[in-house]
Design a protein around this ligand. Structure first.
Ligand SMILES: C[S@@+](CC[C@H](N)C(=O)[O-])C[C@H]1O[C@@H](n2cnc3c(N)ncnc32)[C@H](O)[C@@H]1O
Length: 342
């Protein structure tokens, strides 16, 4: 039995909305077409109510007359998996339509499951009460997803200082929907801050800690998606600090190696940024543990200036437990440099 019936809805409670789906905001170049046989549905779709029969009939007539006008949205990590457009897919399948237009969904930092649920809740063919009931029905899935993404800041009363720091940076140095790139995303504080602040985030790491971080070794360059970025956030491991943790890979090594990596990073960040775009560079002076080179802030500062960046701002951000209320010289601190591509 369909869920909307189980929830006690009648067909008259169905709303007739934009029956071909969301407003189509895609550009023709992002649309592709392939055989309908190639597609599959994500399993969470089985929890979303189908269209009411009366709406489905009009929908079918519309497709017979006009074909499929809106592309279905697919999972960026599996382009066969439909996240949004189940009804279009099913009706097209039943009508014997052989090819289906599709485009890759912009998940904007959320998981595929959350994307499906969000699209379903926005869908106009669900009535208000259906949407409310659906939200209750899918609450466990949403909670599980939030847990997976460790959205610590959104949990009651808890605040993560790393996420808070990124929220502040985003507040002062970006606008809504700006493209933010974190090529060494670590624990994903940038991803969570972007989600909270409504920024479009692409995060990468040599050792991704979550599904919403893609694997990339930044020494091999930025991924194409980084081109035109409004803000790039750089928080690499310095010197030989983490050499054991990264098994000798990454940015670790002696000062020459790190210097070379940073030189290339500064240059490629400049190229990837849009004009007016900014680099956020989190840096603490690093004394070598193994005696093969120290890394000092003035050298790194100059390195970015030499690539053409202007200095926009410098914030002081002590490490946890290193702020010193006694007034003595602070042992260890980090600075956050904001560089701008004029
Ligand atoms: C200091 S942590 C970043 C912390 C992050 N800002 C956060 O808030 O959790 C440095 C990260 O750089 C990553 N990394 C090291 N070398 C890399 C490389 N060559 N390419 C991409 N990521 C790298 C590490 O895996 C690590 O997660």
């Amino acid at each position: 039995m369909e869920i909307w019936r189980e929830l006690g809805m009648t067909t008259s409670q169905c709303e007739l909305g934009n029956i071909q789906g969301e407003r189509d905001s895609s550009s023709p170049s992002s649309r592709k077409t392939k055989s309908i046989e190639d597609f599959k549905l994500h399993s969470i779709h089985s929890k979303i109510p189908r269209m009411c029969e009366n709406v489905r009939e009009s929908f079918r007539e519309d497709i017979k007359e006009n074909g499929i006008r809106e592309p279905v949205k697919v999972n960026p990590k599996d382009e066969d998996e439909i996240l949004d457009g189940r009804e279009r897919y099913k009706e097209a399948f039943d009508l014997g339509i052989e090819e289906l237009p599709y485009e890759v969904a912009n998940l904007n930092g959320i998981s595929p499951v959350e994307y499906i649920i969000k699209s379903a809740l926005l869908r106009r063919h669900l009535s208000k009460s259906q949407k409310a009931m659906l939200a209750v029905e899918l609450k466990p899935e949403l909670e599980e997803e939030a847990e997976k993404r460790k959205l610590r800041t959104l949990k009651k009363g808890e605040k993560d200082p790393d996420v808070e720091k990124k929220i502040n940076i985003l507040y002062y140095h970006t606008d809504q929907e700006d493209l933010v790139i974190d090529p060494m995303a670590g624990g994903a504080s940038t991803v969570d801050a972007c989600l909270i602040m409504g920024r479009d985030c692409r995060a990468y790491d040599i050792k991704p800690s979550r599904d919403d971080i893609l694997k990339n070794d930044i020494r091999e360059g930025y991924r194409k998606k980084a081109n035109g970025a409004d803000l790039i956030l750089l928080d690499p491991p310095y010197g030989d600090k983490m050499v054991d943790e990264y098994g000798g890979h990454g940015f670790t090594g002696g000062s020459d190696e790190v210097g070379e990596n940073l030189d290339q990073l500064a240059e490629e960040s400049y190229e990837a940024l849009s004009t007016g775009g900014k680099v956020v560079f989190i840096f603490g002076n690093t004394k070598s543990k193994k005696g093969n080179g120290d890394i000092w802030a003035p050298d790194l500062y100059q390195l970015f200036r030499d690539k053409g960046f202007e200095t926009e701002f410098v914030y002081h951000a002590p490490y946890k437990g290193h702020s010193n209320p006694s007034g003595e010289i602070q042992q260890k601190s980090r600075d956050i440099y904001i560089f701008k591509k004029e």
